[in-house]
Design a binder for this molecule. Structure first.
Ligand code: SF4
Length: 156
């Protein structure tokens, strides 16, 4: 409901590979509310809005790191599974938030990424690290910063 309210104000509510799809689905719910005369009569009824959201986002999974829109075909987390086991459910342990087209990140996810960015910067600044370890942390930091810089595009 928070995302729907913000979207009704014309805000971008998410970043990440699935953000365009999330915005399109929220806009679809808003258009349904605005154009159906029966629904318009009930528009103040939050239960009706929640019901529309359930219909549109039946497969959505909410997480700390990101949220998953879950459609089987673009799901990066399925790639390591045997063919017969793919497409059943998201595998959050092998999620690729910055790459998978099901992945969306909202302001609720920002604290995790900002904390990881700070930890990585601290480690790189303070610790003596072997060159391979330093390189791997720098690669991770670049990945994390590719997400944290996108959060700046969301309204506070
Ligand atoms: S990789 Fe992550 S976002 Fe993509 S389908 Fe799997 S759990 Fe969902």
């Amino acid at each position: 409901m928070e995302l729907l309210r913000a979207r009704q104000q014309g805000e971008a509510v998410a970043v990440g590979p699935g953000a365009v799809g999330l915005h399109a689905s929220l806009d679809k719910v808003i258009a349904t509310m605005n154009t159906d005369p029966v629904l318009q009569a009930q528009v103040a009824d939050e239960r009706m809005q929640i019901s529309l959201l359930w219909d549109e986002f039946a497969e959505m999974h909410f997480g700390t790191i990101n949220h998953c829109l879950w459609q089987a075909s673009p799901a990066e987390c399925q790639n390591q599974l045997p063919a017969e086991q793919r497409g059943r459910q998201p595998l959050l342990g092998t999620c690729q938030p910055g790459k998978c087209r099901n992945s969306v990140l909202t302001r609720k996810n920002a604290p995790y990424w900002i904390a990881e960015e700070g930890d990585l910067q601290d480690t790189l600044r303070r610790k003596r690290l072997s060159p391979p370890r330093r390189e791997s942390l720098e690669i991770r930091l670049a990945d994390v910063q590719s997400v944290t810089t996108q959060f700046a595009t969301l309204e506070a």
